[in-house]
Design a protein around this ligand. Structure first.
Ligand SMILES: O=C1C[C@@](O)(C(=O)O)C[C@@H](O)[C@@H]1O
Length: 251
C-alpha cells in the first residue's frame, strides 16, 4: 500500500491556550464524553483528560440544552483541551431525535459554534450547507460527518461520499462505514491513503465493527487526521481504547 506524504495541517483551538494541529503526520486522538448527568459528564471529561486526549468530543445528544454552554466552557477552561461538539442523530447511531423542519438541530449547533472549537455537522441534514457556512462564520472548525451502517462499502462509493462532503465546505471530513471483513477494511484504509493525497483537507475515514478496528489505529501510511478512542465509554462499535491506539502508534 502506498504511503501518504501530503500534510493538510489545520489548527483547532486557540494557540497557547488549548490549540493543537491536526492533519500533519501525527494521528490525534479524540476521546468522547457521552454522559447524561452533570456529575457523569465531569467524571468522563476527567477520564478523557487523564488518558491524555488531544480532543474531547462532547456528545451532547441526549442532553437538555440550557446548561450546555456554561458547562462546556467551564470544563474547557479548566482542562485546556479543544472541544468538538457533536449532536449525533438517531439515524446515524446517536440519540438526537431529528424532526425535519423543526430547526432544532440547526439551533443547537449554531449555539455550540459560538463557543466550541469544532462542531460536527451531519452531511445528511437537509440544511447542512447553510449550517456549515454559519458555523464557520461563528469561528468554529466544521467537521462534516456521515455514518453508513447498511450498505456494503466500495472504493468508488466511499470516494464519492468523501468528495461530496468536502465540496460542502468542510474543514475536516469524517466518515465511519460499517465493515464486515478484512477486504472491506482494506477498502477503508485505501480510501484514507487516497484522501490524504487527493484532498486539500484533513480526513477521518474509519470502519465500524470488529473488522474495522485496524482502520482506527496508527498504521504507517494510512493514518487518519484523528481517530476516536475511548477512555471507558465507547460511542461506536469497534472503537478501540486510547491505550490500544497509543500502543499502535509506538510500533
Ligand atoms: O462520528 C463519530 C465517530 C464514531 O462514530 C466512531 O465511529 O468512532 C464515534 C462518535 O462519537 C463520533 O461522533
Amino acid at each position: 500500500m502506498a504511503e501518504s506524504t501530503s500534510h493538510h495541517e489545520l489548527r483547532i483551538g486557540r494557540p497557547g491556550v488549548n490549540g493543537i494541529s491536526v492533519g500533519d503526520t501525527s494521528m490525534r486522538i479524540a476521546v468522547p464524553v457521552a454522559a447524561f448527568t452533570k456529575s457523569e459528564i465531569v467524571q468522563q471529561w476527567q477520564a478523557a483528560v487523564d488518558s491524555d486526549a488531544d480532543i474531547i468530543e462532547w456528545r451532547v445528544d441526549g442532553l437538555v440544552d440550557p446548561e450546555l454552554e456554561t458547562l462546556g466552557l467551564t470544563l474547557r477552561d479548566i482542562h485546556r483541551i479543544p472541544v468538538l461538539v457533536t449532536l449525533r442523530t438517531k439515524r446515524e447511531g446517536g440519540r438526537f431525535p431529528l424532526r425535519e423542519g423543526s430547526g432544532e438541530y440547526r439551533r443547537l449547533l449554531r449555539q455550540a459554534a459560538h463557543w466550541a472549537d469544532a462542531v460536527d455537522i451531519e452531511a445528511a441534514i437537509p440544511d447542512a450547507p447553510e449550517l456549515i457556512v454559519e458555523a464557520r462564520e461563528l469561528g468554529s472548525i466544521v467537521v462534516v460527518s456521515q455514518h453508513v451502517f447498511d450498505e456494503a462499502v466500495t472504493a468508488d462509493r466511499l470516494r464519492e461520499c468523501v468528495k461530496e462532503m468536502a465540496a460542502m465546505g468542510a474543514d475536516i471530513v469524517k466518515i465511519a462505514w460499517m465493515v464486515n471483513n478484512d477486504d472491506e477494511a482494506t477498502v477503508i484504509e485505501e480510501a484514507q491513503v487516497w484522501a490524504n493525497d487527493a484532498l486539500p483537507i484533513p480526513t477521518v475515514i474509519v470502519g465500524m465493527g470488529e473488522a474495522g478496528v485496524r482502520t482506527r489505529v496508527g498504521q504507517p501510511g494510512t493514518r487518519n487526521a484523528f481517530t476516536f478512542a475511548h477512555a471507558g465509554t465507547s460511542t461506536a462499535p469497534g472503537q478501540p481504547s486510547v491505550d490500544e491506539v497509543r500502543q499502535s502508534l509506538t510500533v
